[in-house]
Design a protein around this ligand. Structure first.
Ligand code: ATP
Ligand code: MG
Length: 720
């Protein structure tokens, strides 16, 4: 390697290829164009993407100011910038969401043509409220979501009914009424000179297609395009991407079809799979090793996906599809709590135990399916005085942010954005000197975030202005969480956790109706929910803790809950991993392994949410062993017990299992193994506690099938 290249931008060229395996290296250096990297969670896709950027800059085949990296959330964009900065490529490379880049380009265009910029509406519901039927006012956000789906798919109001019925959409209105509402919404928007976020993408794409001058200038600016998480691209984003690309081929996309979680919102995962067919020169690279998660975490993740596979498929080898390159960790845990509040408090207790020298708060995360579930966790962590950050919130509504923006605006227009920002940074430095340094000065964190955001915007707009910044902020952080730093536990949703990782992850609220979400009624919607759970599970590097609650309060109603159907696979995998016992009951499953713990990424750890306590276990004092049934004397192997099995009871159980497997579309062994059925038939339990004492039965299975099994055995006893 020449000396000249080896010192480009102060980074040793070998740095770009350091710590990559041969397949990753090949993906970084290949000259295939476009390049499509298809690989599983934690296999290093984002790592390869960033290294490829650095490699190409160092090779001279790409110029940093002409690189554009596209992501789907601001958090992902900021992660990417962080990784690039660590590799020595600082602010030169533009990284943003499709929306933020489109808005910056459109603003420039409006200014150049001295057109008045249309007003951007950041909340569709405000415009929709007077247009929607009075009876549907409580469902405005669902109505807005449906319009967003249509616009993501480039479906017009005229084409809506056909497209929506083809996609089995179930909006709150009849499809024809929904189409009319969509039409009226578009008309009202036009009449008032407004645009919404979805329009930004379509308008920018249209301008690129129709205005060669505009297209040429944007294509001159951004010549090397990279897209992370490409499985979640939707048709209008793809059209825009093609507009930016023109007839060039300098495109690198990375993605994982098993993590496609936005189809419901209009994403089209087939765009990822079909990319190679679309571009004959395209190269496709696959990676098979996982560098994020312990073999135990991956085993659970694989079990979840395999359970959802075709019925009749053989059990997956537990160390599954992706090979883990991480040391063994503790067996994941699964816990039921009596109530949602008890679940949140148990998590707070476990977080406090997990936080110790070498394990920062920011190494811990709690993930839920919905934003609303996070509120209880906020309360529990607040009460336990655990610092946390919530992956949502109205950043622009914070008083300090509003004041700072007002100052910037008033200090203008004479001075330009850079001068205003310099003032803000100076104010921050002064206040940092004054504030106690407990890392949790929210005001300072928000202002620091504002400065970072302003820089981000400046990298996207060739001629940054205060007005441009204000509009860009409204368009981006209006819908994204505040970007804050400081040591805190991350509370966020499965969706927002995409692409991220933590040493210790709690996945909470795993109940039927939430995971999968109640409205996922079609097979494809259910499959997406399963992928979403897979995404959540694969965020964990060392420790994974799953939990659910028997009762949850919604508004004023407290409802009985059942565990998520996906927990059957989790429980089975945990049982196998912990050597066949009851992993989630009694002693910690983590204790049975000799794992490398979090602080070994970071020392040996002991974490367990505590004894899993399903409904059947709730009358037993915590930690007390279930009363063994006579057939369950310690040391008796399941085979010996099976020999005693009451053949008729066993036959009835098998018949039931076959029907249950058919009804759920899963192989019979997923419901119960033969040995478990035989043990049930032999033990003839009469209560949930006795059921729990049968080998192979954990709290999840008892919660799901316990009543049915007991009824069946009771009927059988009566007839005998
Ligand atoms: P996701 O599908 O969740 O987006 P990904 O495929 O993008 O995951 P990365 O986030 O790039 O995966 O990598 C996962 C983790 O593994 C990161 O911490 C990364 O630094 C690490 N990693 C990737 N490749 C290697 C490697 N060859 N050696 C050591 N660590 C690696
Ligand atoms: Mg990634």
């Amino acid at each position: 390697m020449s000396q000249r290249l080896s010192t480009v931008r102060g980074v040793n060229i070998e740095h770009a290829l350091d710590g990559l395996n041969p397949a990753q290296r090949a993906a970084v250096v290949t000259e295939a164009s476009p390049l499509c990297l298809l690989a599983g969670a934690g296999s290093g896709k984002t790592r390869v993407l960033t290294r490829r950027i650095v490699w190409r800059i160092q090779q001279g085949s790409a110029l940093a100011p002409h690189v554009l990296v596209l992501t789907f959330t601001r958090k992902a964009a900021s992660e990417l910038r962080g990784r690039l900065a660590a590799l020595g490529v600082r602010d030169q490379v533009a990284a943003g969401t499709f929306h933020s880049v489109a808005l910056a380009q459109l603003r420039r265009r409006w200014a150049d043509r001295t057109e008045r910029a249309p007003t951007l509406i950041d909340r569709k519901v405000a415009l929709l409220a007077p247009l929607a039927p009075r009876s549907r006012r409580s469902e405005l956000s669902d109505l807005a979501g449906e319009i967003e789906w249509a616009k993501a798919r480039m479906v017009s109001p005229e084409g809506y009914v056909a497209a929506a019925s083809g996609a089995a959409r179930r909006p709150p209105l009849e499809l024809s009424d929904m189409a009319r509402l969509y039409q009226r919404y578009e008309e009202e928007k036009r009449r008032r000179g407004l645009v919404d976020f979805d329009d930004l993408l379509a308008h920018c794409a249209q301008a690129l297609e129709e205005d060669p001058g505009f297209a040429a200038s944007q294509r001159w600016r951004f010549r090397h395009l990279f897209v992370d998480e490409f499985q979640d691209v939707n048709p209008v984003q793809f059209r825009l991407l093609q507009g930016w690309l023109g007839d060039r081929l300098d495109l690198c996309v990375v993605g994982d079809p098993r993590q496609a979680i936005y189809s419901w919102n209009g994403a089209e995962p087939s765009l990822l799979r079909g990319l190679a067919a679309r571009y004959p020169t395209a190269g496709v690279v696959r990676l098979e090793d996982n560098y994020r998660s312990s073999p135990q975490v991956l085993a659970v993740a694989d079990a979840v996906m395999v359970q959802g596979g075709r019925a009749g498929r053989p059990p997956a080898p537990l160390r599954g599809r992706l090979r883990s390159n991480r040391p063994d960790g503790p067996v994941p845990t699964l816990a039921g709590a009596a109530t949602d509040v008890a679940e949140a408090r148990a998590i707070a207790r476990r977080l406090r135990l997990a936080h110790r020298p070498g394990v920062a708060w920011s190494h811990l995360a709690v993930l839920t399916r919905t934003n609303a579930q996070l509120v209880l966790l906020e309360e529990a962590l607040g009460a336990a005085e655990i610092p946390y950050r919530v992956g949502r919130g109205a950043f622009l509504e914070r008083p300090e942010v509003r004041d700072a923006l007002a100052d910037l605006r008033e200090g203008q227009p004479g001075r330009g954005l850079a001068a205003g920002l310099a003032d803000l940074q100076e104010a921050l430095r002064t206040s940092a000197g004054q504030r106690s340094d407990n890392g949790a000065d929210e005001r300072g964190l928000h202002l620091e975030a504002l400065v970072r955001l302003a820089r981000e915007y400046s990298a996207l707009d060739a001629w940054p202005t205060v007005d441009g910044l204000l509009a860009w902020l409204a368009a981006t952080v209006g819908r994204e969480p505040a970007e804050q730093q400081g040591d805190a536990v991350e509370l966020t949703t499965f969706h927002r956790a995409k692409g991220l990782e933590w040493p210790v992850v709690f996945v909470a609220g795993l109940e039927q109706g939430l995971v999968p979400i109640g409205h996922a009624v079609t097979p494809s919607a259910e499959a997406e929910e399963r992928r979403l759970f897979y995404v959540a599970v694969t965020r964990a590097q060392v420790e994974l803790h799953c939990s659910w609650a028997e009762r949850r309060t919604f508004g004023t109603r407290t409802l009985r809950r059942r565990p998520s159907p996906y927990l059957v696979a989790v429980e089975a995998a945990c049982r196998v991993l912990s050597g066949g016992g009851h992993p989630a009951d009694g002693e910690s499953p983590g204790d049975s392994a000799q794992p490398v713990g979090v602080a070994g990424l970071i020392s040996r750890t002991r974490t367990n949410l505590g004894a899993a306590r399903g409904p059947a276990a709730r009358h037993r004092p915590k930690g007390a062993p279930a009363k063994p049934s006579p057939a369950m004397a310690p040391g008796r192997p399941a085979a010996a017990i099976a020999a005693q099995a009451d053949e008729e009871a066993l036959c009835a159980l098998r018949t039931w299992r076959a029907a249950a497997a058919r009804a759920s579309g899963v192989p019979a062994y997923v419901i119960f193994h033969d040995s478990t059925l035989a043990a049930v038939a032999a033990a003839r339990p009469t209560s949930p506690d006795e059921l729990l004492a049968v080998p192979g039965l954990g709290p999840v299975k008892v919660a799901r099938y316990g009543d049915t099994l007991l009824d069946l055995l009771q009927t059988h006893r009566a007839s005998a």
